[in-house]
Design a protein around this ligand. Sequence first.
Ligand code: XMP
Length: 326
Amino acid sequence: MQDNVRPESMKRITTPELASAFIDEQVKELREQIGDKKVLLALSGGVDSSVVAALLIKAVGQQLVCVHVNHGLLRKGEPEQVVEVFRNQMNANLIYVDAVDRFLDKLAGVAEPEKKRKIIGAEFIRVFEEEARKLDGIEFLAQGTIYPDILESDGVKAHHNVGGLPEDLQFELVEPVKLLFKDEVRVVGKALGLPDNMVFRQPFPGPGLGVRCLGAITRDRLEAVRESDAILREEFAKNGLEGKVWQYFTAVPDFKSVGVKDGKRTFAYPVIIRAVNTTDAMTATVEDVPFTLLQHITQRITTEIDNVNRVLYDLTPKPCATIEWE
Ligand code: XMP
């Protein structure tokens, strides 16, 4: 097993050739470590877990069991893409768990952001644990730990945390990208043939849209967040801002305002757009999005989404605001 310290001699993986050498070496090591045993992976569809899945599929094929938990807080199209890429294209052994109702029931009426985060994290572990218990012969647990997680938090990756499993479900850890930085994980992912929109994805918080549907989550506002986020992403991609802006998303607050549509009074939710640039997420500046594009996005959001009658652009840098609203 690799040590948790990156050797000074380790070259930064910046090219497809270096990625290819890393992949060959990892495949060999993973085969040695895992032998003919089974390995379990919580596959969120984020960059890190997707790269780990692709590496393990290459190394041990059907001995890898991926569990994708759809907690209802993912972006539009994400659960479908996980199934398409991993089950249909890569022929992975993938268990898809539809846990949407379960999560939303647990979250009903809970408005406090940290409580929401705790419920989402704890419920995720519970669902994963239930799936793990149904399986026989699992000896390893794969995780998408990357080097900044080790540097920042003594190896405990908060948002990939399946480390909260009970005593009788402790597996040996498999962490093939734990010495890599994010940009290297992306180069490896590309070399493994993962789609660009998976590999070059912007950061997405573990609790997902749960912290962008502000206050107590309701299904109608969650839908408004998901649909407005999809419109924003589509328009940023079309207008050359995808890959240029570090993080962009929408949030929907838990109050309504008065509007007018087709000569009738409406009482509906606002959508807040946020688009920021940063290097380390400790401070951030606001992207200067062209006004005409903001107007076009506003037009689309207010006409295509039910229950929305107003769009706002958040002009606040970090500090004094955080990037997320909760
Ligand atoms: P803030 O809002 O603190 O966000 O300025 C900084 C970065 O962290 C992300 N973020 C999270 N990531 N779990 C995560 O995995 C979380 O609970 C969480 N909260 C914020 C945020 O999206 C931004 O990139």
